[in-house]
Ligand binder design. Structure first.
Ligand SMILES: Cc1cc2nc3c(=O)[nH]c(=O)nc-3n(C[C@H](O)[C@H](O)[C@H](O)COP(=O)(O)OP(=O)(O)OC[C@H]3O[C@@H](n4cnc5c(N)ncnc54)[C@H](O)[C@@H]3O)c2cc1C
Length: 396
């Protein structure tokens, strides 16, 4: 590509930063501008529900790159700058405050916006967790009384584990039958449930929140569950999922369905516009559908592909074959390989009551695996998952 208006990255999170790094590594020498809505320099999110929440690391400890990186690599980082629209004909990104920014290539990495519990906005003591400010606010509430987590997904489970490490009494409520059931299925969810119960969490699955209770002075006081039970809580963290941050693209020529619709290399429906990370649904030829992945490793891997295609060259980076993600709970690492389909058959290979290893099987073939405290054994399954080997090929 030629230089000029240059490459504009919208979203100064992991995917944006990795794209800037990879563009320079791949030899791009033209201008790069990164626009980030948050006032903070780009930072890493996984520690927000773990070390930062527990107080083991500060916000400054989790920045993705220090200011020297942006200066040395001539990446113009503009924080506190929100994009509000794109004109793909004129190749302009419009901003909430300030003149529109021209682009030659536009890379969108705007991530997710957490869903809020309905009809409870504005109550003190009610939290979501996506940003460093959210994490610090939850941390400040520790000590005020018991906590209630709405939603036993990854964020909810990790927050529960971190709060238990701080000796906060914790209740988790989720309408599904087990923690993480939506992501990894009920069988694995029940194995993970043991960790929470063992750590003293009051785990209530199969029941929803009917009402958020308040103290009449603008602060949460607990919840009423769908079975009529009332639970007192001074701190409520809702982890009920997120939606792609795409509102700002309304009316543009960029196709949006479940996130931004992309081909298998991150190209959107608009010429010169790419999308990656949590906000993007890339086409996966092996699955025959678009898939949006909300995990850390995916953002970096997609950045390599997009940067390599923008720069061009003889050896374009190949998209990864086996997706990976992890979660840290109660000192154990839960890790997953493959396209996990929670509806598939699960075979538990080892289980000592805490640590376990299990594979997902479709028609006798291994499609994925989840391990807890079993990193070495799990990683040995990667080549088998990559070629969807027969179950019988797993070494005994
Ligand atoms: C608390 C927490 C814990 C996690 N733990 C794990 C884990 O253990 N393992 C794992 O695999 N994954 C984990 N993840 C997921 C992982 O962090 C994400 O997959 C990753 O951050 C995705 O990066 P991204 O750049 O696509 O999005 P983000 O990191 O969300 O970055 C997007 C950025 O774009 C900005 N933005 C949005 N709209 C605009 C706009 N209109 N204009 C300008 N800027 C905008 C946002 O403010 C944000 O800073 C965790 C996520 C969270 C929130």
């Amino acid at each position: 590509m030629t230089t000029g208006a240059g490459i504009v990255l919208v979203g100064a999170g992991l995917a944006g930063v990795r794209t800037a790094e990879q563009l320079r590594r791949a030899g791009h020498s033209g201008p790069i501008t990164m626009l980030g809505a948050e006032v903070h320099p780009p930072y890493d999110r996984p520690p927000l529900s773990k070390e930062v929440l527990r107080g083991d690391r500060t916000a400054a400890d989790v920045v993705l790159q220090d200011t020297a990186f942006f200066a040395d690599n001539q990446v113009e980082l503009r924080t506190g700058v929100r994009a509000i629209g794109v004109d793909t004909e004129k190749r302009l990104v419009s901003l909430e405050n300030g003149p529109a920014v021209p682009y030659e290539e536009l890379v969108i990495a705007t991530g997710l916006v957490p869903r809020q519990l309905p009809a409870a906005a504005g109550l003190a003591g009610l939290h979501v967790l996506r940003t460093v400010d959210h994490s610090l606010r939850i941390r400040e509430s520790v000590g005020s009384g018991p906590a209630l987590i709405v939603g036993a997904g990854f964020i909810g489970c990790e927050v529960a584990a971190s709060l238990r490490a701080l000796s906060v009494p914790v209740t988790i409520v989720d309408p599904l039958p087990a923690p993480l059931a939506g992501a990894v299925g009920e069988t694995i969810g029940r194995l993970v449930a043991r960790l929470h119960v063992e750590a003293g969490v009051d785990l209530r699955c199969g029941v929803g929140v009917a009402e958020i209770l308040d103290d009449g002075a603008g602060r949460v006081s607990g919840v009423k569950l769908s079975d009529g039970t009332e639970i007192a809580a001074h701190l409520i963290v809702s982890g009920i999922g997120s939606r792609p941050a795409v509102e700002w693209l309304a009316g543009s020529a960029i196709e949006v369905a479940n996130g931004i619709t992309c081909d298998e290399r991150g190209r959107t429906s608009a010429d010169g516009v790419w999308a990656l990370g949590d906000v993007a649904a890339w086409f996966r030829p092996a699955l025959g559908k678009h898939v949006r992945v909300e995990h850390w490793t995916n953002a970096g891997e997609q950045a390599s592909v997009v940067a390599s295609d923008i720069v061009g060259g003889d050896q374009p980076t190949r998209p990864p074959v086996v997706p990976y993600f992890w979660s840290d709970q109660y000192g154990l690492k839960i890790q997953a390989l493959g396209d996990i389909d929670p509806s598939e058959e699960v075979r538990v290979l080892t289980d000592d009551g805490r640590r376990f290893l299990a594979v997902y099987v479709n028609d006798g073939r291994i499609t994925g695996a989840v391990g807890c405290g079993r990193a070495g054994q799990l990683m040995k399954l990667r080549p088998l998952i990559a070629r969807q080997a027969a179950l019988s090929e797993i070494p005994q």
